[in-house]
Write a protein that binds this ligand. Structure first.
Ligand SMILES: Cc1cc2nc3c(=O)[nH]c(=O)nc-3n(C[C@H](O)[C@H](O)[C@H](O)COP(=O)(O)OP(=O)(O)OC[C@H]3O[C@@H](n4cnc5c(N)ncnc54)[C@H](O)[C@@H]3O)c2cc1C
Length: 503
């Protein structure tokens, strides 16, 4: 399941990790947030270390659809329902600055991107109503959004909103440019090194799985923050969605813009051209991580939809990825509570990180370097609306239910392991949770190898569920994910799932 962006010849050469070294700032995470932040700090003369647990782009940035747009589905009307016009304006200003920074940077670096008009389209009366609200919210915030009856799509729509002059990128080209630039300014980028904890009051001690380093500031650019202070995992929904690259036959012309439906399941579209081959990228059909009967059915649903409207296009890549939605829809960035202003973070971009991650990086680096950004101040000082607070309460009630039901099934013996080992061995591509004494055990078989792990997520003790699309163990509480042999892939956890026999 490799995205079209990560299916490439270039491989990452990590710099050596030197335990015991001291830095001005350690940035954990080499996605868009981490690398833009690191570059901004290095440009101002700081010694910066980027610690990446896997490899740059491995998690969300390398698996995005990479539309760099200020028209973002129906996000602005969602914000306008909860916030004052000033706060919605601050969100738009932040995204405008993020977009402008990124596109200007790519242009300076000679990295290609494609200007495109962005559309949010509706196929139902309900969707049309959402478009009306979005039009009002967007134009109030100064965006030149227009209503159109013709979005250039090969299926009927009730109407669409159009914002001209947006853009789409190859996100790995962007990361490559940022990394080369950062290194040319003395920055260090290591891979395969995971931040585990941060402690200390003066210079901070950064604990990793390969030794400690010290820094004056630490930036958690890890998707969801991997330190629990501030309890951000209680304010963020991990949302997984699906994508595919479809190669187009010569006679099929892709729709001219970038698109997102106003209705669920969402359908996202954009084009891409590489080595003379033309692709249509489709995305959508998302859900809360670990809370669906079959992840594969979501991907199949997306592919069926694409097959209906783009017959003759052939899927060359399919993949899935997750991003985090704040319960109040406003991204979080800035200083982490109880970090004495020295630990900073950015998260909650709600699948609009190409602009929001850059805005967060601008905000974080301004906080560290002493700059001031009016939109960042306004976003920092927002008060969670009653709707946002209620969504957070509901989210955490669902988490409690999932926690209790996962353990309840184990305690009730519903998942008692079959007496014969052969019966306990799942078929290839399958995973099951069994009770072994009092312990829940996650057993899967992948490529003929059966592996038994503790089924208890190392973050906060949720019982993991099998993802039949990625063949991974996913936690339905806060979105941590592990490979079939227990390696941590993403999410707020910082440790692997132990082998069942080492539990
Ligand atoms: C399917 C999909 C489509 C999307 N499409 C769009 C789009 O069209 N336009 C748009 O604007 N946005 C889109 N987004 C959202 C956007 O891709 C993300 O918001 C953005 O890439 C997030 O970047 P990031 O740097 O914060 O996170 P990531 O790219 O996930 O980077 C975090 C990095 O931190 C590393 N890490 C984690 N824990 C540790 C640790 N303990 N120590 C060290 N390193 C660690 C991870 O390995 C990872 O590399 C989409 C998202 C999804 C899921």
């Amino acid at each position: 399941m490799t995205s079209i962006w990560l299916d490439r010849k270039e491989s990452f050469s990590p710099d050596p990790f030197q335990a015991g070294s001291a830095y001005d700032t350690v940035v954990a995470g080499a996605g868009l947030t981490g690398l833009v932040t690191a570059l901004l700090l290095a440009r101002s003369g700081q010694q910066v270390l980027v610690l990446e647990a896997r490899y740059p782009g491995a998690v969300t940035t390398g698996n995005t659809t990479a539309k760099v747009s200020l028209l973002q589905g129906t996000v602005l009307s969602g914000l306008a329902r909860q916030y004052s016009a000033k706060q919605v304006q601050a969100y738009v200003d932040a995204n405008r600055e993020g977009q402008a920074w990124l596109l200007r940077y790519l242009q300076e670096q000679g990295v290609p991107f494609q200007p495109r008009d962005a559309y949010t389209y509706a196929t139902t009366g309900d969707g049309l109503e959402r478009l009306r609200e979005e039009l009002t919210a967007g134009t109030t915030a100064g965006l030149e959004i227009k209503y159109t009856g013709d979005a250039g799509l090969p299926f009927p729509v009730q109407g669409a909103l159009k914002l001209a002059g947006q853009a789409q990128i190859n996100p790995m080209d962007a990361l490559d440019a940022l990394m080369a630039d950062l290194r040319s300014r003395g920055g260090t980028i290591v891979g395969g090194v995971r931040l585990r904890d941060v402690s200390g009051n003066g210079p901070l001690t950064v604990r990793t799985d390969q030794g400690n380093v010290t820094a004056n500031h630490v930036v958690l650019a890890t998707g969801i923050p991997v330190l629990d202070r501030g309890l951000y995992f209680t304010k963020l929904k991990p949302l997984r969605s699906y994508a595919a690259a479809l190669e187009l036959p010569a006679e099929l012309v892709p729709p001219p813009g970038m698109y997102l439906s106003a209705e669920e399941p969402t359908h996202s579209l954009r084009d891409y051209e590489m080595d003379g081959r033309r692709y249509l990228l489709v995305g959508g059909h998302g859900h809360h991580v670990g809370r669906t009967a079959s992840e594969k059915a979501h991907l199949d649903g997306l592919l069926d939809w694409a097959g209906t409207y783009f017959p003759g296009a052939t899927a060359t890549h399919t993949w899935s990825a997750q991003d985090y939605q704040a319960t109040n829809l406003m991204p979080f960035f800035g200083t982490l509570p109880r970090g004495r202003g020295r630990i900073l973070f950015g998260t909650g971009y709600n699948k609009w990180g190409m602009t929001n991650a850059v805005a967060a990086a601008l905000g974080i680096s301004a906080d560290i370097l002493g700059g001031q950004l009016p939109w960042a101040d306004t976003i920092h000082h927002r008060v969670t609306s009653p709707t946002g607070a209620l969504t957070a309460v509901k989210l955490n009630a669902q988490v409690a239910v999932k926690l209790a039901s996962g353990w309840g099934k184990v305690a009730a013996g519903e998942r008692k392991a079959p007496r014969h080992a052969a019966a306990a061995t799942p078929a290839d591509g399958e995973g099951k949770v069994y009770r072994d004494g009092a312990r829940p055990v996650a057993v899967s078989t992948v490529d003929g190898t059966t592996c038994g792990l503790s089924a208890v997520c190392t973050h906060l003790g949720g019982i993991v569920t099998w993802n039949d699309n990625e063949l991974t163990w996913d936690c339905p509480l806060h979105g941590s994910r592990f490979s079939s042999d227990g390696h941590l892939l993403e999410g707020p956890a910082t440790k692997d799932l132990p082998r069942a026999d080492k539990d």
